[in-house]
Design a protein around this ligand. Structure first.
Ligand SMILES: [Zn+2]
Length: 382
């Protein structure tokens, strides 16, 4: 059988693919809704099992379970498919603005990030199986808590362990309209910083007070001064609150900081520097504490990834697809953890669109089918 036969099968399955996409988008599965994420995981598992794959779950106590599906003889070098089941949207969003198609675009929560990508991965596996493909075993990993950086689960360790032995990884995250794929991503962490000062009446005994806001102001300037745009490392104090009334020296101030870094090593150094600033008192009598609710490694650019990109473009040329270009971006993904164990990884292989994490999120319908064809071609020729 030829590849064109698979392309025909994809065309014949258009409605089924759209139906599955709709079903996945219309299920609330924000990262904090474990039951919702698990339900989506079960639906995906049912599809995979019906189509002859083996599925197991790594159970997470408070977050959505992580799905692992396997196709073929896993003792051999395998190809890894990666993605996530959760979205950033709260419960009720699916009912508020369900999956809709308008002018060739699909709308709905997670339609782009990354329910469309899941449908691509599932149909590539299904159609390759029907075709009798045996060149590489395939392992699919879908995390249940990617959007919160796996805080509160051991998903990172599981992804790293399960990735070992893969010859290549493809992450079906949000695709870009300019047909670029992602070869490196910045890492990120958030730090929540609390400053405790000493409250006092602003009129009667202001000298007894120690302003938590004044202390935080010093800290903000010191932290943001760490930004190095040339290096690509940035510190942004995005949220601040403090004080209660104008006529009191403020006793408390809180700020939340977003730090982006180009290598995981840089991230660790920034963490240390910020900790120093938090622990240093610019205003005597104040104390600072911090915690880090969110951390994402950087996805580093591997030589193997650049070779994989070259190979993919040779296949794109041979099969008559437009070439893909390479891009570095500031947002994180689980590709950080496949590359951290040395697996060449191309990210952003999912449906194409824009507006991630917003009510404007949309995906190009045609890209669902084109990218499924692209990915089957890659698997055939890799
Ligand atoms: Zn995503």
């Amino acid at each position: 059988m030829e590849l064109t036969t698979i392309y025909e099968r994809i065309d014949a399955n258009r409605q089924h693919m759209l139906d599955l996409w709709q079903e996945l988008v219309n299920a609330d599965c924000g990262s904090y809704n474990k039951a919702g994420v698990d339900a989506v995981g079960k639906r995906v598992a049912a599809f995979l099992e019906e189509n002859g794959m083996t599925v197991r779950f790594h159970t997470c106590e408070t977050r959505g379970n992580l799905l692992i599906a396997e196709y073929g003889d896993m003792t051999k070098p395998f190809v890894l498919f990666v993605g996530h089941l959760d979205t950033v949207f709260k419960d009720g969003t699916a009912a508020e603005r369900p999956f809709t198609i308008r002018d060739g675009k699909a709308y709905g929560p997670g339609v782009l990030d990354m329910k469309g990508g899941i449908v691509i991965a599932l149909y590539v596996m299904k159609l390759l199986k029907e075709w009798g493909y045996a060149k590489y075993p395939i392992k699919l990993i879908l995390a249940g808590d990617e959007e919160v950086g796996h805080a509160g689960s051991d998903a990172v360790a599981v992804i790293q362990e399960e990735s070992k032995g893969a010859v290549a990884a493809f992450n079906f995250e949000t695709g870009f309209m300019d047909n670029s794929v992602v070869i490196e991503r910045k890492g990120a962490f958030h730090a929540a910083i609390d400053v405790a000062g000493i409250g006092a009446h602003a009129g009667n005994n202001p000298k007894d007070g120690r302003s938590a806001i004044r202390e935080m102001a010093h800290k903000i300037l010191a932290m943001e001064a760490l930004t190095d745009f040339d290096m690509g490392n940035t510190v942004n104090v995005g949220v601040i609150s403090g004080g209660t009334v104008a006529n009191a020296v403020p006793e408390h101030c809180r700020a939340t900081v977003d730090v982006r870094f180009t290598s995981t090593e840089w991230g660790r150094q920034y963490m240390e520097k910020i900790k120093e600033i938090v622990e240093h008192s610019y205003v005597d009598g104040t104390t600072g504490t911090m915690n880090v609710p969110f951390w994402f490694n950087a996805m580093s650019r591997l030589d193997g990834t650049m070779k994989l990109l070259e190979r993919v473009n040779a296949i794109m040329h041979q099969e008559g697809f437009a070439p893909v270009t390479a891009k570095s971006v500031g947002g994180g993904s689980d590709s950080a953890y496949t590359t951290s164990v040395g697996v060449p990884t191309l990210c952003a292989m999912g449906v194409q669109g824009a507006g991630n994490h917003t009510v404007h999120e949309w995906a190009d319908i045609e890209s669902l089918f084109t990218r499924t064809k692209m990915m089957t071609a890659i698997m055939m020729h890799l």
